[in-house]
Design a protein around this ligand. Structure first.
Ligand code: BGC
Length: 372
C-alpha cells in the first residue's frame, strides 16, 4: 500500500510501498484512511526539523490529522463496528508506571517525555491507506461530519486550551452574563494570534463559547482567511496595518490571548498587552531563533503579579478534548456550513504529496490528502 515517509538519515521524503498492517491484538481495529490533513508540523517534519522513526526503522510514515473508516475489528473490540467513522488520537502513553499523567490516560501531560506520537515521534502515522490501532485511541465521528471530520484533530488543540482557560478562570468568583446558546464566556474578549487552521478553528470555538473574538494575522482584509473570520462573526485585524501595540486600543481589555503562530517574537510583543486577570495560552512550537531577543522582563513580571495574569502552554489533547471537538464541529457545521467547508481548500491524491508538503500554495487554509 502507498505511504508517505520521511528518511531523516538520508534527508529524503518519499512515496513508499509499505506492507498492509494486520490485526495483532484482540482490541485492535483496522482502518481504511479516508482523509489526512497537512499541517505546519508535517512541513517541519519534511524539512527534518524533528521527527523520529520507530525503533529499528530508517523511516517514519507521517500524517497525524486523520479520518478513517473501521473495516475490521478484533474479537475483544466493544465500542466500534465495521463502517464507523473514527478519528484516532495522536499521542500514546509512555511505558513508565510512575508517570501519573500517562497512568491516568492523560498522556497529553506526560511527565517523562517518553510518550510516542503517531506520525511524529517513534510511531508511524496515518498518511497511508490502512492502519491498525487499539480501539481505546479511537473517537467515533458522526457520518454527517464525513466531509470535515479531518478537522477534528487540529480543533482538539483549541479544545484543550479552552478547557484549561476555563479551569484557570474558575479562580474568578463571578460569572459574566452568558449569551444564549453559548458555554458562557460572556463579557470576555479574546485575541487569536494567527489565522492558520489551528487559529481559525480556535476562533470558531471562542465565538461559539460567547467570546468577542479578534483574529490578528497577516494576509490582508480581503484574503480567504479574513473572509472566514468575518463570516463567523469575529473581527480580522491585519497585522500589516495594525501594530501589536495598538491591539488594546482596537480590542479593549484583552481577557484571553490564544497564540497559534509559533512565532515567539510576535507572542512576546503581545504578552505585555494582556489585560487584568487575563490568560495567555501558547500553542505554537517555534523553531530555534537565529539570535536571542531582548524582552522587558521587569515589565512582564510586574504585569503578571499586579494584574493576576496567567501564562500557560498547551500541547496535544485528551480524549475529552477529542469528544468536545467532535461536538463542536457538529455545532460549527450547523451554524456556519459553508464557512466550515471552505476551510478545506484542496483535496489531493497521495501521489501529489510532494507539492502539498514541500511547496504549499500561499492562500491554502487546510489541504488534505484524500485516500478514497
Ligand atoms: C499535533 C499534536 C502534537 C504536537 C507536538 C501537533 O502538530 O497536532 O498532536 O502533540 O504537534 O508533536
Amino acid at each position: 500500500m502507498k505511504a508517505v515517509a520521511i528518511y531523516p538519515g538520508s534527508r529524503e521524503v518519499k512515496l513508499i510501498d509499505a506492507p498492509e498492517p494486520r490485526l495483532a491484538g484482540s482490541a485492535d481495529v483496522r482502518l481504511r484512511i479516508l482523509d489526512v490533513g497537512i499541517c505546519g508540523s508535517d512541513r517541519e517534519l519534511c524539512a527534518f526539523k524533528y521527527g523520529t522513526p520507530p525503533a529499528g526503522s530508517d523511516h517514519l510514515v507521517i500524517g497525524h490529522e486523520s479520518l478513517g473508516e473501521v473495516v475490521e475489528v478484533g474479537s475483544g473490540v466493544s465500542r466500534l463496528r465495521v463502517g464507523d467513522l473514527v478519528v484516532p488520537m495522536v499521542r500514546r502513553p509512555c511505558p513508565h508506571a510512575a508517570c501519573l499523567a500517562c497512568s491516568a490516560d492523560r498522556q497529553d501531560f506526560c511527565f517523562t517525555g517518553d510518550y510516542t506520537e503517531r506520525g511524529i515521534k517513534e510511531r508511524h502515522g496515518f498518511m497511508t491507506e490502512y492502519v491498525v490501532d487499539d480501539e481505546r485511541f479511537m473517537n467515533v465521528v458522526p457520518r454527517a461530519l464525513r466531509d470535515v471530520g479531518v478537522l477534528v484533530e487540529p480543533l482538539t488543540i483549541a479544545e484543550k486550551a479552552l478547557a484549561q482557560i476555563q479551569v484557570v478562570q474558575q479562580r474568578l468568583p463571578w460569572a459574566c452574563p452568558a449569551p444564549a446558546g453559548t458555554r458562557g464566556a460572556g463579557c470576555h474578549r479574546a485575541v487569536v494570534l494567527g489565522a492558520g487552521p489551528v487559529g481559525i478553528l480556535g476562533a470558531m470555538a471562542l465565538v461559539a463559547d460567547g467570546y468577542e473574538t479578534f483574529v490578528y494575522s497577516r494576509g490582508g482584509g480581503d484574503s480567504p482567511r479574513a473572509r472566514v473570520v468575518a463570516a463567523i462573526g469575529a473581527t480580522f485585524l491585519d497585522a500589516e496595518r495594525v501594530a501589536p501595540a495598538d491591539l488594546p486600543q482596537r480590542v479593549g481589555a484583552i481577557d484571553v490571548v490564544y497564540e497559534a503562530t509559533g512565532v515567539s517574537a510576535l507572542a512576546f510583543d503581545v504578552l505585555p498587552l494582556l489585560g487584568t486577570n487575563g490568560v495567555f495560552v501558547f500553542t505554537g512550537v517555534p523553531g530555534r531563533a537565529p539570535a536571542p531577543r531582548q524582552i522587558d522582563t521587569d515589565g512582564l513580571m510586574r504585569n503578571l503579579v499586579l494584574q493576576n495574569q496567567v501564562v500557560l502552554g498547551s500541547v496535544n489533547a485528551s480524549r475529552a478534548d477529542f469528544e468536545a471537538a467532535i461536538r463542536d464541529l457538529t455545532t460549527f457545521k450547523e451554524r456556519w456550513p459553508d464557512t466550515l467547508a471552505a476551510l478545506i481548500t484542496g483535496r489531493f491524491s497521495i501521489d501529489a504529496f510532494a507539492g502539498q508538503l514541500l511547496a504549499p500554495p500561499a492562500d491554502a487554509i487546510k489541504n488534505v490528502i484524500a485516500l478514497s
